[in-house]
Ligand binder design. Structure first.
Ligand code: ATP
Length: 365
């Protein structure tokens, strides 16, 4: 198949800021980020954190208040969307219902005045590439959600973008198809070798797809790293709680995070650790998730969980109301930093520079 894929581009944003209205907090507040060429980057965070605004500014669909966007060192901040080298794939796919898959894909070439034979050839090649050549004459209403997504991808690729921007591209699909299409997106990105920037509110989706995860909160970047780095070394309490699967525990050295599958649980009276009560037992098949409340801790911070393998649980089943003690290995405790600070705030100590191992060890023992 002869469909040229342009070389991927690195994207850099510098002090990028969006303020929708004067006197309101910035929706995106002086963020700095570099996305490696040919990588899959997921912008992740809760609703309203500024991830879509960031994507739309990169796409040229939203004006920038201050700051710069570079694509391979070329400043694209003020370029129109069509001149940037980016293409956008939307949540709803935004296909024209009255056009065939082929004409949907060819549409932007038609707008550019490309002749019919040429645009149909290029659109046909791209549909082949996403395994949709045999359905080229179907209208969107005659295609499944997954097939529509492939047409939407082909349509985004026809402009030969250097960077593909995806705004919650899987959220319109049912859960089963979402997992299937997630694997396809990942495969396409690797095959095409393009830079993908994908906005999602789903931790699971970002972990499954990303080379680089960017966790955002209140218009700021909390952490950038591989899924493994972010999951195993959450930088702040926000990241630990947002990623899930972690307990945040207050120690004399400040808050720490411990993965719930790294917690050890023993019946009460069996030595050191934090006293707690089992509040909930959830059988999940391979694992059993125990919900617990720490004794003598303020209500807002007393909830923790322990994930036990099924065999371990069956060997020593716990039930709601049981008094237990919780411990963890020192090596599994992650000291949490204060999180992202508004740019005007004074710099605070970075978590990596703190060495609280002795204080934590004393607390656990
Ligand atoms: N057109 C707009 N006018 C005014 N405020 C806006 C506009 N679009 C977004 N905002 C505000 O900017 C902030 C960031 O919104 P944004 O859509 O970027 O967040 P998000 O993380 O993508 O959220 P979601 O997952 O809900 O889409 C929010 O407080 C939102 O209310």
């Amino acid at each position: 198949m002869d469909v040229a894929t342009p070389p991927p581009a690195a994207v850099e944003v510098i002090a990028l800021t969006k303020r929708y209205a004067a006197g309101t907090p910035a929706a995106v507040d002086q963020i700095d980020l570099r996305i490696a060429s040919g990588s899959y980057c997921c912008l992740l965070g809760p609703s309203g954190c500024g991830k879509s605004t960031t994507l739309r500014m990169i796409a040229g669909h939203e004006s920038v208040s201050t700051g710069d966007i570079l694509l391979d060192n070329r400043n694209i901040t003020d370029l129109p969307a069509a001149a940037r080298g980016t293409a956008m794939m939307f949540q709803s796919f935004a296909l024209f219902p009255h056009l065939s898959a082929l004409d949907n894909v060819a549409f932007s070439l038609k707008m550019k005045g490309v002749g019919k034979a040429e645009r149909q050839k290029r659109a046909g090649d791209l549909l082949e590439r996403v395994a949709m050549g045999h359905l080229a004459e179907r209208k969107p209403g005659e295609l499944s959600g997954g097939q529509q997504q492939r047409v939407a991808l082909a349509r985004a690729l026809i402009t030969e973008p250097r960077v593909l921007l995806l705004d919650e591209p899987l959220s319109a699909l049912d859960p089963f198809l979402r997992i299937q299409m997630r694997a396809e997106l990942r495969r396409w990105q690797k095959e095409l070798g393009l830079t993908f920037i994908h906005v999602t509110h789903s931790q699971e989706e970002a972990m499954a797809l990303a080379d680089t995860m960017v966790v955002m909160n209140h218009g700021l970047i909390e952490q950038v790293g591989s899924p493994h780095e972010v999951y195993n070394h959450p930088a702040s309490e926000f990241v630990a709680r947002f990623m899930g699967g972690h307990n945040v525990l207050d120690t004399p050295a400040g808050p720490i995070a411990v993965r719930n599958d790294h917690m050890q649980i023993a019946p009460d009276g069996a030595g050191p650790g934090l006293a707690a009560h089992v509040t909930d037992v959830e059988y999940q098949g391979t694992y059993v998730l125990l919900g617990l409340a720490l004794d003598g801790v303020a209500k807002a911070r007393q909830t923790v969980s322990v994930l036990l393998g099924e065999a371990a649980f069956l060997a020593r089943p716990y039930a709601s109301g049981d008094a237990v003690r919780l411990t963890w290995a020192e090596a599994d405790a992650r000291v949490l930093g204060p999180g992202a600070q508004r740019p005007a705030d004074p710099a605070t100590t970075a978590p990596a520079e703190r060495d609280d191992t002795a204080a934590i060890a004393a607390f656990v023992a």
